[in-house]
Design a protein around this ligand. Structure first.
Ligand code: SF4
Length: 304
């Protein structure tokens, strides 16, 4: 189901969802990867993963052709964390560029370094995703020069050798880029409201936020797990790192929100009444029609 076109004033709209096609290369292409996300990270048995798994050990569901044996029924089998995972295209970059098409099964001597590089590459590709989005934001035009430099530098780092990548201080690079993204966010959110709503890193787990006015709010890294956000206004809110697992976004307005990723959206519940930013698609597991509850009269707005 296609989402409706955005209805924001022109100055608030992203100038182009995919300015140079770069974001297409930041989408996972599992056919060109060697199941790196199914091997490199550790899992703990939880609501997201049905099993414990050590880092560097292949998941028992990973087949010899690097495909998942339960791909069509991940949620039913207790692996919803896999269904919403996003490597931002780091998997195919490591497999095909950094290691030139060698795979860790046929060339076991590269395995340990390959998994380590994947962990670093994923962080770099996530930064590329945010920087690419930042360059589409009209209120952030004064920062576009700095954002372009940061984008080019991050892209350059992704093309390093395996040794270069392992030695990279990715934490320092993330810190520098995040500072720039925060300044970007401030410019965007200043267009949305005069007084800041700062919920950065807030514990909003399971909160009743039905109909809340969170327009232009700073929700960076907020814990919104299981929160009831039906009918809430999240337009132009900064959602970088916000945890929406199990959050109810039915009828919520996320138009113009910034730094929301597809995987975080996929972890939430929504319906046809949920309004999305133009660069994201409606999760296929959401119901295809407006659910009866979100058709009801809009709930009262508690204070944010
Ligand atoms: S369940 Fe499938 S997708 Fe998840 S880690 Fe295992 S093989 Fe990969």
């Amino acid at each position: 189901m296609q989402q409706e076109p955005p209805t924001l004033p022109k100055e608030f709209q992203h100038s182009a969802p995919f300015p140079d096609g770069r974001r297409l290369s930041l989408r996972a292409d599992c056919e060109r990867c060697f199941g790196l996300c199914c091997v490199a990270p550790a899992f703990s048995a939880s609501a997201d993963f049905a099993i414990d798994k050590d880092a560097g050990h292949a998941c028992p569901n990973l087949q010899s052709d690097f495909r998942c044996a339960i791909h069509q029924r991940l949620r039913r089998q207790g692996f919803p964390g896999c269904a919403v995972y996003d490597c931002f295209g780091a998997g195919q970059k490591v497999a095909q560029v950094t290691f030139g098409g060698q795979d860790w099964r046929r060339t076991p001597r590269i395995a340990v370094q390959m998994f380590e590089v994947f962990t670093i590459m994923r962080q770099l590709h996530e930064l590329l995703w945010y920087l690419t989005e930042a360059l589409t934001l009209q209120p952030a035009r004064p920062l576009h020069g700095e954002l372009s430099l940061a984008l080019d530098e991050t892209e350059r780092l992704t093309h390093g050798s395996p040794d270069d990548l392992v030695e990279l201080d990715v934490t320092a690079h993330r810190r520098d880029v995040n500072a720039l993204l925060l300044r970007t966010s401030e410019l965007v959110r200043a267009e949305a409201r005069r007084h800041e709503i700062d919920r950065r890193g807030a514990d909003l787990i399971g909160k009743d936020l039905r109909g809340a006015d969170l327009r232009g709010a700073n929700l960076r890294g907020a814990y919104l797990i299981g929160a009831d956000l039906r009918g809430a206004d999240l337009g132009m809110a900064d959602l970088i790192g916000a945890d929406f697992r199990g959050a109810d976004l039915r009828g919520a307005d996320l138009t113009g929100s910034i730094f929301l990723t597809q995987s975080r959206l996929d972890a939430a519940k929504g319906d046809l009444g949920t309004k999305l930013p133009p660069s994201l698609t409606r999760p296929t597991h959401w119901p295809p029609s407006v659910t009866p509850r979100s058709r009801r009269r809009r709930p009262p707005r508690p204070r944010a």
